[in-house]
Design a protein around this ligand. Structure first.
Ligand SMILES: [Mg+2]
Ligand SMILES: [Zn+2]
Length: 194
């Protein structure tokens, strides 16, 4: 995402509202049957897989701390997510979850703890050639705090948020298409909207 960096190698992806349909505010996906992929999301991940990029899921799931789901429920939901992606020939390289309450940890986005944990586990991840993509400003802030580029996903027709993201895109498919294209042709300009 930075000038002179031709290629984004690691993609940190948010889950709800980025890969799958977001549950209503204050609700959580506690049952695998509730997980529905967003249009084009699996294809975008497949494209990243096929081009040798690393795809790391980073998701806040406070419903665990609130007692609305168990860790086993969350594992089942993520098994469903993996199965849905697999049906499209796509996969996640790693999954990092913050199950904690607000203010109780250093990993709940907008803090960068999940990304930092991935960088410890995969020492070859370079924040300078990584990007964080999500539908909330907290994703943007976490990515920025970890030193990655940032893309805010914002559906069409919504007024633009006041965001610090490097780029605003309508959905994951659009963001990935642009980032893979820009890997070939140069870099993404700050403040762009597609
Ligand atoms: Mg989200
Ligand atoms: Zn946490």
């Amino acid at each position: 995402m930075k000038a002179g960096h031709a290629e984004v190698r690691t993609f940190f992806l948010d889950r709800d509202g980025t890969l799958n349909a977001k549950p209503p505010e204050g609700r959580y996906i506690t049952d695998p049957a509730e997980l529905v992929l967003l249009p084009g999301a699996a294809g975008a991940v497949r494209e990243l897989n096929a081009s040798g990029r690393r795809v790391v899921l980073v998701t806040n799931q406070r419903g665990v701390a609130r007692g609305l789901m168990t860790s086993a429920d969350l594992t089942a939901v993520h098994a469903r997510l993996a199965a849905l992606l697999r049906a499209h020939g796509a996969f996640l390289d790693a999954v990092y979850v913050c199950p904690h309450e607000v203010g109780a940890c250093d990993c709940r986005k907008p803090l960068p703890g999940l990304l930092k944990a991935a960088m410890r586990d995969f020492p070859d991840i370079d924040p300078a050639d990584s990007v964080t993509i999500g539908d909330s400003e907290s994703d943007v802030l976490a990515g920025r705090a970890a030193g990655t580029g940032t893309v805010l996903l914002q559906g069409p027709g919504k007024p633009p948020d006041n965001t610090s993201a490097d780029l605003v895109a309508t959905d994951l498919r659009t963001a990935v298409g642009l980032l893979l294209m820009s890997s070939k042709n140069g870099c993404v300009s700050k403040g762009g909207r597609v």
